[in-house]
Unconditional design. Structure first.
Length: 156
């Protein structure tokens, strides 16, 4: 049996090191955490996407007592972009989260379902996503979902 290794590379930045455009996207994601609906988990996630035309859309998690019909923040934002601007590529996504104590110090990573939605977004528009995972201590800057989902399911 052969052993293979998968590794990933990403940048770790302070919020001040981000471009103004990226800081604004992170701030939109943070603001979305304040309007999420999370009465069960009390874990509020916000996301924001920036499109190639400069439009920024937000999304936040929406829980339901039947958890299977809940919606994560990342998919909420990505699907809003696809529904409202189907011919405009998503180029960036920012994600932030808070719990009862406030914004998380460490960046939160998207769940597997959201990662797969990001794979599909990259496939749809033929370009990698610029991903910002925000935490109050630092932000992870990731270029392309393959860094988070190296063995992604794809029919392409």
């Amino acid at each position: 049996m052969e052993v293979k290794t998968i590794s990933t590379t990403f940048h770790v930045a302070n919020i001040e090191e981000l471009s103004e455009e990226d800081r604004m996207l992170v701030e939109k994601a943070i603001s979305q955490t304040e309007i999420s609906y999370a009465p069960y988990s009390h874990f509020h996630v916000g996301a924001a996407v920036r499109l190639d035309n400069g439009v920024v859309l937000g999304g936040c998690n929406q829980e339901n007592a039947a958890f299977g019909v809940s919606m994560c923040a990342e998919r909420s934002a990505l699907f809003a972009a696809g529904a409202n601007y189907p011919d405009v590529a998503v180029n960036s996504v920012a994600i932030a989260a808070r719990d009862a104590s406030g914004l998380l110090a460490e960046p939160v990573s998207p769940c597997g379902v959201c990662r797969q939605a990001m794979v599909e977004t990259e496939s749809r528009y033929g370009k990698p996503l610029h991903i910002l995972l925000y935490g109050t201590r630092h932000t992870f800057v990731i270029n392309g979902i393959s860094s988070l989902m190296p063995l992604a399911f794809s029919t392409f």
